[in-house]
Design a protein around this ligand. Structure first.
Ligand code: 5RP
Length: 218
């Protein structure tokens, strides 16, 4: 099976978790499969809150109603992918640049189901460069602070987030204490948020494997 087929199988398995109401929807190629599957059962839900302009566009094209988080209230379910996940369901996200809105929608949701192919499962986070969203004027200052934390930040050039900000991708981080580092980086002035999801981890992981989707709980 290809990596994309594994993503699709994990995404389709997440449809079983959809019970109705307004659900949170993440961003990325795995989530795109979820949106396509959601379209087939769209009559079962009221609509969705989106974590990116890209997912909003895809859902609208399928005729799925997209709500603003401010008018939707607390969400019962959020479905999103990840760039890396541990067995504790601590994640690195933001490869697609949507980390801030993803973190907001995850925080506002009662249950966060992460969907991923098996290549995303790691023992220690940090092989994937950690995305950090920064206010443009703070880029160089934040980069210097990230070097002090042991990382090598690289500016994602020619890229602007949906919020009008920039991304630094930080290499060389072996993340032994994800919640601590998440907090430390968020405390740097000018950081909007970073791609570690440990303070609010996923609640359940659906991992696409050649023998079928596997459910993993921390
Ligand atoms: C986007 C994300 C995605 O969830 C992450 O990059 C995984 O993407 P894909 O499903 O394409 O592998 O965090 O900001």
């Amino acid at each position: 099976m290809t990596q994309d087929q594994l993503k699709q199988a994990a995404a389709e398995a997440a449809i079983d978790y959809v019970e109705g109401g307004i659900i949170g929807v993440g961003t990325g190629s795995t989530v795109n499969h979820f949106i396509d599957a959601l379209a087939k059962i769209k009559g079962r839900i009221e609509g969705a809150v989106s974590s990116s302009e890209a997912s909003t566009k895809r859902m609208k094209a399928h005729g799925i109603q997209v709500y603003d988080l401010n008018s939707a209230g607390p969400l019962s379910l959020y479905v999103d992918g990840a760039d890396e996940t541990t067995r504790h369901l601590h994640l690195i996200k933001g490869g697609g640049g949507a980390l801030t809105r993803e973190k907001i929608v995850a925080a506002a949701s009662e249950r966060f189901i992460c969907i991923a192919d098996e290549s995303k499962l790691v023992d220690i986070l940090g092989e994937f460069p950690l995305p950090v969203e920064v206010i443009p004027m703070a880029r160089s200052y934040v980069a210097r602070e990230l070097v002090k934390l042991g990382g090598t930040p690289i500016w994602r050039e020619n890229y602007v987030t949906d919020n009008g900000n920039l991304i630094l991708d930080v290499r060389g981080m072996r993340i032994m204490e994800p919640a601590k580092l998440e907090q430390q980086i968020n405390n740097i002035a000018g950081v909007v948020t970073n791609g570690i999801f440990a303070l609010r981890p996923a609640d359940e992981l659906i991992l696409g494997t050649p023998s079928g989707p596997k459910q993993i709980k921390p």
